[in-house]
Design a protein around this ligand. Structure first.
Ligand code: TRP
Length: 327
């Protein structure tokens, strides 16, 4: 089975956009590939040097991925900092990573602008750590967002360079598996664009019924169409798109027909949409509550994941040490 690796940044709770993006792809992939999914807590140290909050976010992310259906029996789910073998590969890759190429990475330049007082070596070598995450399991496919393409190019370059320097055909260049191209794009509730944490327009899987209703009722609408069968302006289209994602086709058809007949009442549509979003989120929310109250289960999942990941990592590392010439 082909090997897949992906890292998850521990940044708060999952929203519907995440669910229909990365999370759903991961759930599909765990049946088709040998998957390693890990929570990238070391990467977080490049911007957040104190790990108290990171630990809480790691628990949140692990809980929510499990609640969504990531199955620790199928995929290996682990916390990056539990697998120290990654650091040794990171070191070897860093020995052949050049200052110039690392400095040219766009996300590094952005971070320099954002945190000029903390331009640390971890930020600079973020792409080498990411390459180590991937190459440590000899992954061939990496599900990532489009924004990770430059890091992926670096990972391929480091893999190639290792092969060239040590005159081996050892690492396979990992291919990107672009999530955004495959996933359903979930729009936000503020009239334009997609759902996102930083956009402040998100419905979280953890939101309770009341919060969901409040957010949906506040969504941007207009005074309604005046001509039959008119095109939908973006804010209206977004509501329909959300409905297409979470509601029954007959519900969508009903409101679509009302829109086309100029008799739509957005209040009714939103009420229905809020109900359907809640029906979708409620079982996930319940599982999140159950799992997050069960620390021993979470610890067990993380321990088993770490063990499986370390086994795979140790195998690669042994071969890498041999190739380099350490016995
Ligand atoms: N850099 C990725 C992001 O910001 C997270 C990540 C770290 C990752 N290591 C990885 C993704 C390895 C894929 C493979 O989203």
């Amino acid at each position: 089975m082909e090997i897949v690796v992906s890292g998850i940044r521990p940044t708060g709770n999952l929203h519907l956009g995440n669910y229909f993006g990365a999370v759903k792809s991961f759930i599909q992939m765990q049946d088709e590939y040998k998957c390693f999914f890990f929570i990238a807590d070391w990467h977080s140290l490049t911007t957040h040097p104190h790990p108290e909050n990171i630990r809480r976010s790691v628990k949140t992310i692990l809980t929510e991925y499990l609640a969504c259906g990531i199955d620790p029996e199928k995929a290996t789910i682990y916390v990056q900092s539990d697998v120290r073998e990654v650091v040794e590969l990171y070191l070897y890759l860093n020995m052949n990573a050049y200052l110039g190429e690392l400095e040219r990475v766009t996300s590094f330049k952005e971070k320099v602008r954002k945190q000029p007082d903390n331009v640390n070596a971890g930020l600079l070598t973020y792409p080498t750590l990411m390459a180590a995450d991937i190459l440590i399991h000899k992954a061939v496919k990496v599900p990532v967002g489009k924004d990770q393409e430059q890091n992926m190019e670096m990972a391929r370059k480091f893999a190639r360079r290792f092969n060239t320097i040590y005159n081996v055909d050892y690492f396979v260049e990992p291919a990107s598996f672009h999530l955004s191209e495959r996933a359903v794009k979930v729009p936000g509730l503020d009239g334009s664009g997609k759902m996102g944490k930083s956009e402040g327009n998100a419905i979280y899987l953890m939101d309770d019924e009341k919060t969901i209703r409040k957010k949906v009722m506040k969504a941007v609408t207009d005074s309604g169409p005046t001509e039959p069968d008119s095109a939908k302006p973006e804010p209206i289209q977004n509501l329909f798109t959300l409905m297409e994602i979470v509601s029954e086709p007959s519900t969508y058809d009903y409101f679509n027909a009302q829109y086309n007949a100029c008799s739509i009442r957005y209040g009714d549509m939103k009420k229905q949409l809020a109900e359907d979003i809640n029906a979708f989120c409620a079982p996930i929310r319940e599982r999140i509550m159950d799992i997050s109250a069960n620390d021993s289960y979470l610890e067990k999942v993380a321990a088993i994941g770490a063990e499986k990941a370390r086994e795979s990592a140790a195998r690669t590392l042994k071969e890498v040490r041999n190739i380099i010439g350490f016995k």
